[in-house]
Design a protein around this ligand. Structure first.
Ligand code: C2O
Length: 548
């Protein structure tokens, strides 16, 4: 195994998009940031130097961080932020994961521009469990604001209103030529040759939208998701929730020419503003197509793929439900800890003397089991636990309120849509098998919630609509070949059931990967101690761990 050293300089970089130049926060001046490539079993050492004017941390999304919780990155959960002028070196080893992950800032909304791909190749002396691709392309789907994303979220936090919607979706940082003011220069081109197999590593790095993705004229064969291999199946459309990745093989077997790749929101929310615009890039056959190579001007417009409608829940769930582990897996059994979390939106009263922008003059809040998570600001939960410092968090995360997804403002008691605020964690016994049902609620609005768990992969054993019903839904559990993931898209007005073994000591954030929902509190944390009230096998905090 190898150790890879990288330097990340967080800096302010002028970038032109949609006819405006904005100074954005980048890593090494790049947008998206650098692609990291490792092999399963390798160690990454990334020295982050913060030369920007914001606090920042970097999270390695999906990396298990076995015994290295100090390197996980969520601000005020496993570390204090790296202050302007400060630095921190993240060091961790990739254990047993292969495929595509990514890294992103985990502080305010900086991940709008601070993100990049993290590619994990098969371990030494092994190879892909599929045909070796001729070419590989990371495809990062993102969201662009014609504004400073940190200001956008500050304003929303101040008023408790829905934040300003993004101005464009992007592919590898470019909106594509369908946007006003965009042109060929703003369109990413993927050069391919006829008759080859290409591996596309698609990552949803958007802040607030689940996305459909499709390529004109080409079928995709899904071979991986969230850095786990999957049973291959072919599809014309993908659906990725923020945080998720999907690896697909694409064979260039079409008449040589130009073909659009396109992504657009899957926005199940009713009555909530969403971005219905489409981002594009172009697949260009370099050979066998004479005049169609991109010289000057695109000439004949590329073929356009058909994407599902924004509210096509059937298409979204058909895709996610088709993802399976490659063969039978050992789903952890028997279940030691059986949990049910309600995830959804609610409202909080407007503080006296303030004006709020949420429903009926209130402010939006989001919660898990009716607790709206408050990130500490004086030190991290992990550090407070190590020092035995009381008061920063409490280990009294509650059981779920009565399950009822179809709450409406008219028939639900006020307590069920007014969460309490708190920094509450739930202790999981080390080594226990956890079954967790994530039940979406329809308070205020019904939406999908992509739930991500730090430090863990889990099997998605079942999904369904309506209220989860243990007896009636038992027949749907897939205990044979469920997919292994780090982020599950809980269906709108529905639920998802996951299983994992609590084998990684630390403090692990659980949250909705729609940033607007984290802003409103849709988060909690697991505390997994492998000693008497302590994190025995955790390494000592690195000497340069930022302090608050
Ligand atoms: Cu992709 Cu808490 O992160």
């Amino acid at each position: 195994a190898e150790t890879h050293y990288h330097d990340f300089e967080i800096q302010e970089t002028p970038v032109e998009r949609l006819c405006n130049t904005r100074t954005i926060i980048t890593v090494n001046g790049m947008f998206p940031g650098p692609t990291l490539e490792v092999k399963n079993g390798d160690t990454l050492v990334v020295n982050v130097v913060n030369n920007a004017r914001y606090n920042v941390t970097i999270h390695w999304h999906g990396i298990r961080q076995m015994r290295t919780a100090w390197a996980d990155g969520p601000e005020f959960v496993t570390q204090c932020p790296i202050r302007p002028g400060g630095s921190y070196t993240y060091r961790f080893t990739v254990e047993g994961q292969e495929g595509t992950l990514w890294w992103h800032a985990h502080s305010s909304w900086l991940r709008a521009t601070v993100y990049g791909a993290l590619i994990i190749y098969p371990k030494e002396h092994s190879s892909f469990p599929f045909e070796k691709p001729k070419r590989e392309f990371p495809i990062l789907l993102g969201e662009w604001w014609d504004a400073n994303p940190v200001d956008v979220v500050k304003e929303a936090s101040r008023t408790g209103a829905t934040p300003k919607i993004s101005d464009a979706f992007t592919i590898n940082g470019q909106p594509g030529d369908l946007y006003k003011c965009s042109s060929q220069q703003d369109t990413v081109v993927f050069p391919v040759a006829f008759g080859e197999t290409n591996l596309l590593r698609v990552i949803n790095a958007a802040l607030n939208h689940e996305l459909f993705f499709s390529i004109a004229g080409h079928t995709m064969t899904v071979v991986g998701a969230d850095a786990s291999y999957t049973k291959p199946f072919s599809t014309s459309v993908l659906m990725l929730a923020p945080g998720q990745t999907t690896d697909v093989l694409v064979t260039t077997n079409q008449p040589p020419g130009r073909y659009y790749l396109a992504a657009r929101a899957y926005a199940s929310a009713q009555g909530v503003p969403f971005d219905n615009t489409t981002t594009t890039a172009v697949l260009v056959y370099k050979s066998g197509c004479g005049g169609c190579a991109p010289t000057k001007g695109l000439g004949i417009p590329p073929a356009f793929p058909s994407l599902p409608e924004f509210n096509d829940t059937a298409a979204a769930t058909a895709f996610t439900g088709a993802i399976r582990s490659p063969s039978a897996v050992e789903v952890p059994e028997p279940v030691d800890v059986d949990l049910l979390f309600t995830v959804g939106l609610g409202v909080l009263d407007c503080p006296k003397g303030k004006t709020c922008g949420g429903p009926n003059g209130a402010r939006f809040a989001a919660s898990i089991n009716n607790v709206s998570f408050v990130f500490p600001d004086t030190t991290s939960i992990l550090e407070a636990h190590r020092l035995g410092a009381p008061g920063l968090f409490t280990a009294d995360f509650p059981a779920s309120p009565p399950v009822q997804f179809d709450y409406t403002a008219s028939n639900v008691s006020r307590d069920l849509w007014t969460p309490v605020k708190g920094t509450k964690v739930l202790k999981l016994e080390y080594g226990s098998t956890v079954q967790l049902v994530l039940q979406g609620t329809g308070i205020v609005t019904a939406e999908n919630h992509p739930i991500h768990i730090h430090g863990y992969d889990f099997y998605v054993v079942a999904e369904g609509f309506g209220n989860f019903d243990a007896a009636a839904d038992a027949a749907r559990f897939n205990l044979v070949d469920p997919p292994k993931r780090n982020t599950v898209a809980v269906p709108v007005n529905g639920w998802a059931m996951i299983r994992f073994v609590a084998d990684n000591p630390g403090v692990w954030l659980v949250h909705c990967h729609l940033d607007v929902h984290i802003t409103w509190g849709l988060a909690m944390a697991f505390l997994v101690e492998d000693g008497q009230g302590e994190l025995q096998s955790l390494e000592e905090p690195p000497p340069d761990l930022p302090i608050c």
